[in-house]
Write a protein that binds this ligand. Structure first.
Ligand code: ADP
Ligand code: ZN
Ligand code: ZN
Length: 734
């Protein structure tokens, strides 16, 4: 029996929306800092993490509870990551318990032991290629995919290949099950790089590689600014080689829809070392195994989206962030971190270089170059020798449009198609029509739960709200006047697709948006069809703009970007410029010069003129000057308090109290500006009223000190319990 005095005092972070830790007692052996314990909290049983071994507690010992159990013998997180979690919680003013919870694979949150199982993978049997080729298309596809080396069951599933397909191949003796990680555990001892597809670097690429290699085993941040096709990926690959040769690991972060099987293949082909990806087709067990394999050092390269930033590594030697400007690196709910910003900090803590790559760097990163925080490296020429595309702004005022396409653009399209090339049209609005309108009385079908219109989807024959996901059947007549004349307004990709099928019947059209790529493997099969020349006309939303190379596309048309020119969000122009430049970068190659046509009602708009004539770099400098003059980020720092509730009064009450607390603090923080509270741009969404309060300051530290004093009393407000509220530090959307 342990006596009272032998019990150890523990401070524990629990996964609760409370900005404080809780003290418990534990019998020996004392649980390590960073290990999991199960405790009773009120009537719940929760898993928490030990964050401190304090000398004493504010609560008297006889009132402290004893933990129920102790799950890990050692800390779960390596030291640099542990520090990163603490720092992030402070910086984003988010409860530490939730920050830690967010960084743990689901199974560890549920109490599963941190022990790895074999990673179910498949490879071709020796000599099974090429003689025995199965006839079933799925089996054929699987054999194709496995040609470059073994793949995990999860990766195969992501391509639409389930275990029954693999079982059949196994029965035929064509494929066999292996443990990918056990197979390649000794990757440090083998020759790693396959040099056959390695390029001789051009001067700019070589300079970039040399500069970054200098920072071996120490922190430095680089912005690799290179136009599309300038060979950034080749630079990444050549940077990785020496890191792996030292036995260190590499983390590659990519945007949500940026990772193409093509890119992945390039990584796999180049290195005979385990390359793991984190993706949506993985189940919880596979995620845990991947997490553990990175922690133990069995994985050489991890490629994933923003949350991969919290993966533990035995020894991290390099962090790469591709398309660093991409908005998906910012988490938009719960713990609202920015993976790019945290990657910089992680590089510091792990003592390794961080490389941010983009054709269109964010203004934040360009600003950091300006202040000397990042070193800028540029790739200004297309690696294969391709010429940059010619650009044209097309005035469509008073021009009769067919599904948003002007006669001039139709004519150019015809020329390019007749020359045997592919044409890509960009329209950032999925569905058939933006809204459904009564031609007789003007009624518009609006979502009952949001201040927004329904989008008309012809494919599913339903009205769909893109903000709350609610759906309903398309009405046959107007509920107001009974008219049957219901028409669509605002062209969407579905409508464009059917109009083009009529305009250009002799050419095949493919549409790439979230609706047409919902099923596993569908996106990849569309992309393959484009590469194989099966389609000549490509229609897409911004999904199509990201990360794909289509060498036969010689014409890119942007149909409707005018909305972004007049948006209330000060970041809208930056996003438009990035999108435009990315889309324009898809056109043309060495033997076939490209053309980009931008349709607009505002051809004289300064932003468009600047972009088209002077390019993204010039635009970005102009835009930074503007932000400086207006005192906007990155020249100031913001934090946004948001709140929502079904009852409007509750939101108003909470916001007024929050603003009142801020008023009391203001004399202590004269540098902090408080704007609002005001209604959100979309005041009602999914049945809830929404308001916000913006804080802005010239100094990051000043804003942080103010937030630290504001949040504890804010959290304690009784009105705070009646709304859903959140704080967003460095908000990307206002
Ligand atoms: P990015 O990532 O900047 O879009 P990639 O690295 O994909 O560019 O390179 C674009 C194309 O140019 C690829 O087909 C790649 O194989 C090729 N490439 C890259 N570097 C070189 C080089 N130094 N010499 C010749 N071709 C290259
Ligand atoms: Zn009507
Ligand atoms: Zn809605």
């Amino acid at each position: 029996m342990t006596t009272e005095t032998e019990l150890h005092l523990l401070r524990i972070a629990l996964p609760l929306p409370l900005r404080r830790a809780f003290d418990y007692l534990a019998p020996p052996p004392r649980p390590a800092i960073g290990s999991r314990v199960r405790v009773q909290f009120g009537r719940q049983s929760l898993l928490g993490i030990v964050i401190e071994h304090p000398q004493q507690s504010d609560i008297s010992r006889d009132r402290l509870r004893v933990i129920d159990s102790h799950l890990d013998l050692a800390p779960l997180f390596p030291e640099p990551l542990w520090q990163l979690l603490h720092w992030s919680a402070r910086y984003y003013q988010h409860p530490l318990g939730e920050v830690i919870d967010n960084a743990l694979p689901v199974l560890l949150r549920q109490g599963e032991p941190a022990l790895r199982r074999p990673l179910e993978s498949w490879r071709l049997c020796d000599g099974s290629m090429p003689p025995a080729i199965p006839r079933a298309p799925r089996q054929q596809q699987a054999m194709q995919l496995l040609q470059d080396g073994p793949l995990s069951a999860a990766e195969l599933r992501e391509q639409g290949i389930d275990s029954s397909v693999m079982q059949r191949l196994a029965e035929k003796g064509l494929a066999e099950k292996v443990d990918l990680l056990a197979m390649q555990e000794d990757w440090r001892d083998t020759l790693l790089e396959h040099a056959d597809d390695r390029h001789q670097l051009n001067t700019e690429q070589a300079l970039a590689v040399a500069a970054i290699n200098q920072a071996q085993s120490e922190f430095a941040a680089f912005l690799l600014e290179g136009i599309t096709g300038s060979g950034k990926t080749e630079v990444y690959l050549q940077l990785i080689a020496p890191v792996l040769a030292r036995g260190e690991q590499v983390l590659v972060l990519v945007p949500e829809i940026g990772l193409t099987p093509q890119t992945l293949k390039r990584f796999r082909r180049r290195f005979a070392a385990p390359v793991l990806t984190l993706h949506s087709a993985m189940n919880d067990r596979e995620r845990l195994d991947a997490w553990l394999a990175c922690r133990s050092g069995d994985t050489a390269i991890l490629i994933g989206t923003r949350s991969a930033l919290f993966t533990p590594f035995r020894k991290l030697g390099l962090i790469l962030i591709d398309e660093e400007h991409d908005a998906s690196f910012k988490q938009q709910e719960g713990f609202r971190y920015h993976a790019r910003d945290l990657a910089i900090l992680r590089g510091r803590l792990e003592s390794c270089p961080v490389v941010l790559g983009s054709a269109t760097p964010s203004l934040e990163s360009l600003h950091n170059v300006g202040t000397g925080k990042y070193q800028r490296l540029t790739l200004t020429r297309r690696a294969g020798g391709a010429q940059p595309a010619r650009q044209e702004v097309l005035d469509i005022k008073h021009v009769p449009l067919v599904a948003g396409v002007s006669p001039q653009l139709q004519q150019v399209m015809r020329q390019h198609l007749q020359a045997g090339n592919q044409v890509m049209l960009f329209l950032n609005r999925r569905g058939y029509a933006q809204a459904l309108l009564c031609h007789h009385c003007g009624w518009i079908a609006g979502c009952e739960r949001c201040d927004a219109y329904y989008t008309w989807h012809q494919g599913s024959r339903r009205l769909h709200c893109h903000h709350c996901d609610s759906q309903r059947a398309i009405p046959h007549q107007c509920p107001h006047c009974g008219s049957h004349e219901l028409v669509g307004t605002g062209i969407g990709t579905e409508q464009l697709e059917s109009a083009l099928a009529e305009l250009f019947p002799q050419w095949r059209t493919v549409r790439i948006d979230r609706d047409s790529t919902r099923r596993k493997g569908e996106l990849e099969s569309h992309l393959q069809g484009i590469r194989d020349g099966h389609y000549q006309i490509l229609i897409g939303t911004q999904m199509l703009a990201k990360g794909h190379h289509f060498p036969n596309v010689t014409l890119v048309g942007l149909l409707d970007v005018d909305g972004a020119l007049f948006s209330q969000d000060f970041r809208a122009t930056e996003r438009l410029a990035q999108l435009y430049t990315q889309v324009a970068g898809r056109a043309g190659r060495a033997s076939k010069p490209g053309l980009v046509v931008l349709q607009t009602h505002h051809p004289e708009h300064l932003l468009l003129q600047d972009l088209v004539h002077n390019g993204y770099g010039h635009f970005a400098r102009t835009c930074l000057d503007e932000r400086r003059a207006l005192g906007l980020p990155p020249f100031s720092f913001q934090a946004l308090l948001r709140a929502e509730a079904v009852q409007r009064e509750r939101v108003e009450h909470f916001m007024l109290e929050a603003a009142g607390l801020m008023q009391q603090l203001r004399p202590l923080h004269p540098g902090v500006l408080c704007i609002g509270p005001v209604s959100a741009l979309m005041e009602r969404r999914a049945g809830k009223y929404r308001m916000q309060l913006l804080l802005q300051a010239g100094q990051r530290a000043g804003l942080a000190r103010c937030l630290e004093q504001w949040l504890p009393p804010l959290e304690g407000l009784s009105s705070a319990k009646l709304v859903r509220w959140s704080l967003d530090v460095d908000p990307q959307e206002l």
